[in-house]
Design a protein around this ligand. Sequence first.
Ligand code: M6R
Length: 360
Amino acid sequence: GKGEYDHFMLKEIYEQGTSLSQAIEGRIDHEAGDVALESFPPGTFEGIERVQFVACGTSYHAALYGSIAMNCAGVQTSAHLANEYGVSAPPVDEDTLVIAVTQSGETADTLSAMRQAAADGARLLTVTNVVGSTAARLADDTLLIRAGPEIGVAATKTFSSQAVMLLLLAQRVTGDVVGEQRANLEALLEDVSALPETIESVLEDDDSRDLAETYLDSQSFFFIGRGLGFPVALEGALKFKEITYEHAEGFASGELKHGPLALVTPETPVFAIFTGEEDEKVLNNAEEAQTRGAPVIAVCPEGHRALNVADAHLEIPDVDPDLAGLLANVQLQLVSYHAANALGRPIDKPRNLAKSVTVE
Ligand code: M6R
């Protein structure tokens, strides 16, 4: 049941400390300073030359997160919407690892992309929440996110677990494909281990309700980010539109000036995500929107220079840039939830949507 919570979505947002602990349990070896993925010992990915991600919706945003992380570490990656894969994917061969990210393991678009990749000889891995799902049966290998059942149609706790598991997997793939681990891997793994507690601290201090209500009468809600902040911007907007029924869009912050800026007015609040990487550029982009009258809500740590400019603040702890976006995402989940709640939306079962989409 929902227990003390009004909605499953809120319960699942608050479960993220627990679901992440379950996800990472036994999967980090602090003594060795390495990931410890049971079915993926060092050498598992030797011979792989490129990685393609396929997924839909929120899982696609997690896939993009993983893709950017692997890419930055020197692996050739690309992320594809599973429903576009059939018409737009680059060719695969037996040196291609295709990673299908799917909470349910039953999304028809994703299964179809997996079947196509397998037919073309790729090696298939799925990151899923459901043991024995169709995706798990199709794939050569499965990495379970162990988030527990998710009832709300809006994916929340499964996104954070997917992204973290992909970050861990990225370390193994990078080690095997590039031949060396990233610098400061130990520090990242320390931050990953602490992430359940860090997320709890964000949830305990939730003060986003007033903020959500302040901007409720706006015409449109924009979310901007760069690098790993970009998939979080996309995810922030998807969650917002899905449960509030208000118009929301996520952009790569640098793209604002290439078109979307024409939409910006005092009626379009802009949530700007700062991960600690190239923040100066994101801040410039946010200021361009603010100059056109848009309120800017900075999602960043306390004391961040964006706060000299921003109209409002959603605070996140100061962590490794690889993880900051996940904390920003928790704040954005809360904002969407409070906005939808104030609007009296059904939240757990938004109109026209299903938890598992089994048609193409
Ligand atoms: O089960 P999957 O992860 O494959 O589902 C993919 C999407 O349908 C899903 O993430 C959808 O976008 C969510 N409802 C968004 O909150």
